[in-house]
Design a protein around this ligand. Structure first.
Ligand code: ZN
Length: 246
């Protein structure tokens, strides 16, 4: 039944969207893709970057994984299968995107599992905990700094700190650091709250996630931004200094 819905959807797409955008698909087929934006999003079925941003085919290059994480660069590169790093490398070096957006979200199951650790229902999975341990340090930091606060607030802080951590990790790839330094690439830490339907962007100047209003974007990590401005520790300290949100 679930699969039939997909096929029905594809039939509708072929007769509707595809026909309406024939020129676009023809252009993309002959000229290739040249997206200006890479989005690193979560695999969660509720947070499709294309739907959230109402973009067209060819607009955004997307890599989705558990909890929208970027691992640190591996130098020298080894023989393991670095899927997310390979997608990021192709987008930045091959396609020359101008923006990389790491898009975390509320109620993230991957982050919830990371917060719960051994208590998690997924603790004995083969790969999950190893993958999300990319944000283990910031998770431990949040749990320590927000001790005594409600779990909901701790999870949210880890969700957001993990996004900041991933942007920080982006800077460990030499070709990203070089592109940011030369002013051709900007990095963004976003967090989508699907409960209220709002988007938040991390502003390095205030060390806070600020609600995005219409098309105004508060902050970005770009040429001239100090690396220390995108330090997850600074973000967590700012959260801990504020009153409990829940
Ligand atoms: Zn998620």
């Amino acid at each position: 039944m679930a699969l039939e819905r997909l096929l029905k959807g594809f039939a509708d797409f072929r007769l509707g969207y595809y026909r309406e955008h024939l020129d676009l698909f023809e252009k993309l087929a002959t000229e290739g893709q040249s997206p200006a934006i890479l989005i690193v999003g979560c695999a969660d079925a509720r947070v499709d970057p294309g739907i959230l941003t109402q973009t067209k085919p060819g607009d955004i290059f997307t890599v989705r994984n558990v909890a929208a994480m970027v691992p640190p660069a591996q130098y020298p590169p080894d023989e393991r299968h670095h899927g997310t790093s390979a997608a990021i490398e192709f987008a930045v070096r091959g396609l020359g995107v101008q923006h990389v957006v790491v898009l975390g979200h509320a109620l993230c199951g991957g982050i919830g599992a990371l917060v719960d650790g051994r208590e998690s229902a997924y603790a004995d999975y083969d790969y999950l905990a190893t993958w999300t341990s990319i944000a283990q340090e910031v998770r431990d930091l949040v749990v320590r700094e927000l001790a005594g606060r409600p779990r909901e607030e701790i999870v949210r802080a880890v969700e957001q700190a993990a996004v900041v951590n991933s942007v920080r990790n982006l800077m460990s790839f030499r070709w990203i650091a070089e592109s940011v330094e030369s002013g051709t690439l900007s990095l963004h830490a976003w967090w989508f709250n699907l409960v209220e339907g709002q988007l938040y962007a991390f502003n390095p100047a205030s060390a806070a996630f600020e609600q995005v209003h219409d098309t105004k974007l508060g902050g970005a990590f770009t040429r001239g931004t100090a690396l220390s401005a995108i330090d997850p520790q600074r973000f967590v300290a700012a959260v801990a200094a504020r009153k409990p949100a829940f």
